[in-house]
Design a protein around this ligand. Structure first.
Ligand code: PLP
Length: 409
């Protein structure tokens, strides 16, 4: 089992005081904290070998290029993908938009259907709304059951020969539900549809193997997995990537340029026009090293343990709060959304903050799920990572009790 007490020593921010209390950071689904190793990689780049990549013949540029490309290799290996199928992006949102603007615009036609779910983050919804409107396609949605799972009994009705793309989150950022993407992908492919996975919440917290899942596209963000903001990755199956046109044009992504035309560079850098986010890509490589050393099986097992503990101790508050998501901790990630009919989630978040506890309150960029399906104005959400402890879960419970007292409940 991971030892969170040891892990915590690598995260300087966990010693910060908030309102005179040591920070209890339970907003990891929004963004994770960063270990010294990642912070040091960033400063080492800027202190020692800051330089542009792919174009210099001087020592610093060669080193920056080597580090940038070796990070790509590490990240690709982490999800079992070939490195020439892994594009650096700004994050999950950017990756999904790239697929929509390149492959989507050219391949999704009038009459086609795009199958999503009711639990998607806006990042995996709005780009498809725009595309569907532009190209005359129809959006369909797999419903969410009362317990917070996908209602897969609907899949063989919703998935038809008209379905061109199935785009699904592997882990809900509101309910924590882990969706059976491999099985959905198999059924999508059987009907000739393509499969995109929003892996923003899954890649940081569990082993993800694109070869095993068989998906065509998979996007994730560095900042949710110990890495810096502003960088993420998009995996695209090689045979599809070879047919796709870049959406951004300029330096680095071209091979030959004349006054009137240009040819594209090799994969994947033909999709990375301009000077890329070098420092953050290299630092994401360090985050990958950190997680690889811990072992993603271990990360998942620890989070399952902590979620089991949290769900158990939070039961004591079930008269005052409704807790959402599948009760079985093996079928969900370390994300717990809750709601009190008496106290607005923003008030809960503010009172907890006064006690040094950071949680998230809102619709979590999933308005159709929170406002629509759950019928709530917002939820409060606690989300855990490798450095969170049972003591912190206890502090959350105590603080929620104090919140109830504060509001005279
Ligand atoms: N998809 C899911 C499930 C998420 O939780 C998030 C972020 O919260 C995103 C997509 C968007 O990620 P980013 O803001 O890093 O692009």
């Amino acid at each position: 089992m991971l030892n969170p007490k040891e892990i915590r020593k690598d995260f300087p921010i966990l010693n910060v005081n908030v309102h005179g209390k040591q920070l209890v950071y339970l907003d990891n689904a929004a963004t994770s904290q960063k270990p010294n190793q990642v912070i040091d990689t960033l400063t080492a780049y800027y202190r020692n070998y800051n330089s542009n990549v792919h174009r210099g013949v001087h020592t610093l540029s060669i080193k920056a290029t080597e580090q940038y490309e070796s990070a790509r290799e590490k990240i690709a290996k982490f999800i079992n993908a070939p490195s020439d199928s892994l594009i650096y992006t700004k994050g999950t949102t950017d990756g999904i938009n790239l697929v929509a603007h390149s492959w989507g615009l050219e391949n999704i036609e009038s009459g086609d259907e795009i199958l999503l779910t009711e639990m998607e983050h806006h990042s995996n919804l709005v780009p498809w709304q725009i595309l569907a409107e532009k190209n005359g396609a129809t959006l369909k949605f797999i419903p969410v059951t009362e317990s917070g799972a996908l209602d897969l009994s609907q899949l063989n009705i919703l998935l038809t020969s008209k379905t061109k793309l199935v785009a699904i989150t592997q882990m809900s950022n509101v309910l924590g539900t882990i969706n059976p993407v491999k099985e959905i992908c198999r059924q999508a492919h059987a009907l000739g549809a393509y499969m995109l996975i929003d892996a923003a919440q899954s890649v940081p917290h569990m082993p993800v193997d694109v070869e095993d899942i068989g998906c065509d596209f998979l996007a994730f963000s560095s900042h949710k997995m110990l890495g810096p903001t502003g960088i993420g990755c998009l995996y695209i199956k090689k045979a599809i990537l070879e047919t796709m046109n870049p959406v951004n044009h300029g330096g680095d992504m071209v091979k030959e340029v004349t006054l009137n035309q240009a040819t594209w560079n090799d994969l994947p850098i033909r999709f990375e026009a301009g000077t890329p986010n070098i420092a953050d890509a290299i630092a994401l490589g360090t985050a990958i090293d950190y997680l690889t050393e811990l072992g993603m099986d271990q990360v998942q097992a620890y989070e399952e343990h902590l979620t089991t503990y949290a769900l158990d101790v939070l039961k004591g508050l079930s008269e005052d709060f409704i807790f959402y998501g599948i009760p079985d901790p093996t079928k969900r990630g370390a994300i717990i959304s809750f709601y009190s009919p008496e106290i607005h989630p923003h008030d809960i978040g503010t009172v907890l903050d006064r006690q040094g506890i950071a949680i998230r309150a809102g619709h979590h960029c999933a308005m159709p799920l929170v406002n629509g399906r759950l019928g709530l104005p917002a939820t409060a959400r606690a989300s855990f990572y490798i450095y969170n402890t049972e003591e912190e879960v206890d502090m959350l419970v105590d603080s929620l009790k104090k919140t109830l007292q504060y509001f005279n409940r």
